[in-house]
Design a protein around this ligand. Structure first.
Ligand SMILES: [Zn+2]
Length: 196
């Protein structure tokens, strides 16, 4: 195992059982050179993505904008250490680790490590809340995101053991789309656009 992850697990009390029970896929951090600062979010934090995902994100934001929908990023690339600090914050508030891990991925297993995941919000609505599914941004994404290679990672009742996250979208890219997602993407691809 990655030495840094090993020490993070020790610090947080994450056991090999947690890791084995976990249904998420391991996600590696890209090289720094593969990452790009795309925007500054409303908290003033840099919003960073993998370059290919950044290109697709910009295309998607532009298309949404043409439909008068504002897609606001909240969180993109996140390092293993940042993931650790998110869990630590909840531990300090006295929340049990097993409960935290239904909301926050074990470091090394968050899609945000890959630089391909985006948390999206709509101005005037709370961030990272299920309520996002009632926004016009979510309606637009449900209809259009696959055209840009993005899809919802954790739908309601997902079998990865993660709560429903209507705000969390992952960039697969055309080459990675398979089966149903590909069929859906082709069906939705009324506007032919080459991305990468
Ligand atoms: Zn997310």
């Amino acid at each position: 195992m990655h030495a840094q992850l090993q020490s993070i697990y020790e610090a947080l009390g994450i056991t090999s059982e947690h890791v084995t029970k976990n249904k998420l896929l391991a996600c590696e951090q890209p090289l720094l050179a593969e990452l790009e600062v795309v925007d500054i979010d409303f908290e003033g934090k840099p919003f960073i993505l993998l370059s290919a995902a950044a290109r697709a994100w910009r295309e998607m934001v532009r298309a949404a904008d043409e439909d008068e929908i504002m897609l606001k990023p909240f969180s993109g690339f996140r390092s293993y250490l940042h993931q650790k600090s998110l869990i630590e914050r909840h531990l300090k508030n006295g929340r049990p680790l097993d409960n935290i891990l239904t909301h926050i991925a074990i470091p090394g297993f968050s899609e945000h490590h890959s630089g391909r995941a985006v948390d999206i919000h709509e101005a005037g609505h709370p961030v990272l809340e299920e309520e996002f599914e009632r926004t016009s941004a979510f309606a637009w994404l449900s209809e259009n995101a696959t055209r840009f290679g993005f899809r919802l990672s954790y739908p309601r009742g997902n079998d990865q053991g993660i709560i429903y996250e209507p705000w969390h979208w992952y960039f697969y890219g055309w080459s990675d789309l398979t089966g149903h997602a590909l069929a859906q993407a082709l069906q939705n691809n009324s506007r032919k656009t080459a991305f990468w």
